[in-house]
Design a protein around this ligand. Structure first.
Ligand code: F6R
Length: 370
């Protein structure tokens, strides 16, 4: 069942490339345009949508946060991301033109279900992004876009995360197509860059795993970790932190690199491990340089820096103690590769501590109570 792997989590991380490829499959017509007829909302209704609210919990909410950056950029409508359990208690502004997107691997998360029921009661359309056919969340939604990650058994979510990002991106590109906010060629170009991501993820699995394992061995006794990132690297930092706390029981915090000087830098002391997601230096110089300065700041205070950076990034190589590489890709695609070494790192840390990686203490695969 584990296909020769030591654990389901091992197996599922190695299925990241397939999860991305399968989630893209069958979503285009012969002209290469997006065809999402399966979601059951007609294009005219999509055209009217003027706001998106993504509701989700845990890992799924971080996939939603990644998607916010892309969808706002492509579709030019506001996208809010809200933890599902906070949503209905704050009297959210919902209209028939608001599309509420509920992201859930299991389709059974009670907090997310209650949020979508609230949205529908207020007259909004709800679209589920879900990995489990026939589960409650898609059944109660107006529309569904399935992630085709295959069954996820390990409690910690891995391949579902990358599939959720892809599905949310498809939704964003579809909205851009029906609303005409992007040229057809631009959409096709982005689709092309999505289609090569499985190979890029595979490259990370093939070439970086050993280095990740060595880092996990040398850091096994660390008491706490900080993770930081900017732009789409910010939710990836939070996801990396969540994985490590869930399965290796290490105290972690993920935060936006720009916040460092507003508080968290006080935590930095000699030897503190800090994982930093470094954006590409191409095109977005400003962000790259800012993240590199954050590394310099924490290095000056003695931190041990593990960077996730583009292959050959001279600044990351110069300032970080260890660098996990991503192959070059557009910024919005980078979360699909950057999360992979962080998943492997959490797995290796937990294994080094002799823990049950598939069934971490106190956690259930689907949280069916509020
Ligand atoms: C993290 C994890 C949880 C889930 C969250 C939502 O590894 O497994 O944070 O992501 O409980 O679950 P779903 O996606 O099933 O709604």
């Amino acid at each position: 069942q584990k296909g020769g792997w030591d654990s389901y989590m091992d197996k599922e991380i190695h299925e990241d490339p397939q999860a991305v490829a399968d989630t893209l499959l069958g979503r285009f017509d012969t002209n290469g345009d997006l065809n999402l007829d399966e979601v059951r909302i007609d294009p005219e209704t999509f055209r009217q949508i003027d706001k998106i609210i993504i509701v989700a919990c845990g890992t799924a909410s971080y996939a939603g946060l990644v998607a916010k950056y892309a969808i706002e950029h492509w579709v030019r409508i506001p996208v809010e991301v809200e933890l599902a359990h906070e949503f209905r208690y704050r009297d959210p502004i919902l209209t028939p033109r608001t599309l509420v997107v509920a992201i859930s691997q299991s389709g059974e998360t009670m907090d997310t279900l209650m949020a979508l029921r609230h949205a529908r009661e207020q007259g909004s359309q709800v679209l589920a992004i879900c990995n489990t056919q026939g589960s409650t969340i898609p059944r109660e939604s107006d529309a569904v876009l399935y992630t085709h990650a295959g069954p996820e058994i390990a409690v910690a979510s891995t391949k579902a995360f990358v599939a959720q990002i892809v599905a949310a991106y498809l939704l964003g590109l579809y909205l851009a197509q029906v609303k005409g906010t992007m040229f057809r060629d631009e959409i096709h170009q982005i689709v092309d860059s999505l289609k090569v991501m499985p190979e890029k993820i595979q490259w990370v699995l093939d070439t970086q795993a050993e280095k990740v394992a060595r880092a996990a061995t040398s850091l096994v006794d660390a008491k706490s970790f900080l993770f930081l990132g900017r732009h789409v690297g910010y939710p990836v930092a939070m996801e990396g932190a969540l994985k490590l706390k869930e399965i290796a029981y290490t105290f972690t915090e993920g935060f936006a690199a720009g916040e460092l000087k507003h508080g968290p830098i006080a935590l930095v002391e000699p030897g503190e491990p800090i994982v930093v997601i470094v954006p590409s230096s191409r095109g977005r110089d400003l962000l790259h340089n800012k993240v590199i300065s954050a590394i310099e700041e924490v290095k000056a205070r003695g931190a041990f820096v593990v960077a996730v950076a583009e292959e050959g990034d001279p600044d990351a190589e110069r300032y970080a103690d260890v660098v996990f590489y991503r192959p070059a890709c557009p910024t919005l695609m980078s979360p699909l590769v950057d999360v992979v070494p962080l998943q492997l790192f959490a797995l290796d840390m937990a294994k080094n501590k002799g823990l049950d990686v598939d069934k971490p203490r106190n956690l259930a695969k689907s949280v069916t109570v509020e």
